[in-house]
Design a protein around this ligand. Structure first.
Ligand SMILES: CC(C)(COP(=O)(O)OP(=O)(O)OC[C@H]1O[C@@H](n2cnc3c(N)ncnc32)[C@H](O)[C@@H]1OP(=O)(O)O)[C@@H](O)C(=O)NCCC(=O)NCCS
Length: 158
């Protein structure tokens, strides 16, 4: 099994590839609109402009010509945040999530980044929580989706 993790910012001066890749990466995470109703707008109007500006990054994983996962991260003076972290089901339990997490840690320069997730997704991240001693710092009721708690680790949601 051979996979490759790259940064989208590597392609910012290659418009055609950049746009194609940005769209392909988005579609791997499109289903997250169920938990994050503004995911599409946020990705195209906030995150991608941040990649061009230099305070946000997209790490994406290519496995046999498919994009099977991505991490969207943000690094400013005030915030080191994993905004989105996802590996497609068919590519799980092969060590890809760990490798991608290490890329995010290196970029953010911390192993305890701000990260939030719906309560229903905590089960997927338990291993990372124990291994890196992530702490629940807030529980936000109906923050992104009415009736659903958003669990905040290692910081506060502004
Ligand atoms: C969390 C997630 C990224 C893990 O990805 P992955 O590629 O399967 O992770 P890995 O194979 O690298 O496994 C990471 C570690 O977790 C452990 N692990 C993986 N799956 C496990 C499971 N089902 N039970 C227990 N441990 C498990 C592995 O043994 C590994 O431990 P190691 O680092 O000591 O070797 C993936 O499950 C995922 O994306 N889930 C959905 C998350 C989601 O919905 N995100 C969007 C909203 S936040």
């Amino acid at each position: 099994m051979s996979y490759k993790i790259e940064r989208l910012s590597k392609y910012i001066f290659d418009d055609e590839n950049y746009n194609k890749l940005a769209n392909r990466i988005y579609y791997v995470t499109d289903h997250l609109t169920k938990d994050y109703p503004h995911h599409y707008e946020w990705y195209y109007q906030t995150h991608l402009p941040g990649v061009r500006k230099g305070n946000r990054e997209v790490f994406f994983v290519q496995l046999h010509d498919n994009i099977c996962g991505a991490a969207f991260v943000k690094k400013t003076d005030d915030e080191k945040k994993i905004c989105t972290f996802y590996i497609a089901e068919y590519a799980r339990n092969m060590g890809i999530g760990r490798a991608l997490m290490n890329k995010a840690f290196d970029y953010l320069d911390t192993k305890k980044p701000l990260i939030t997730m719906p309560a229903s997704k905590v089960q997927f991240f338990l291993h990372f929580m124990y291994r890196y001693d992530w702490k629940i710092t807030e529980i936000k009721d109906s923050y992104y989706t009415r009736g659903h708690d958003e669990i905040v680790f290692n910081g506060n949601l502004n």
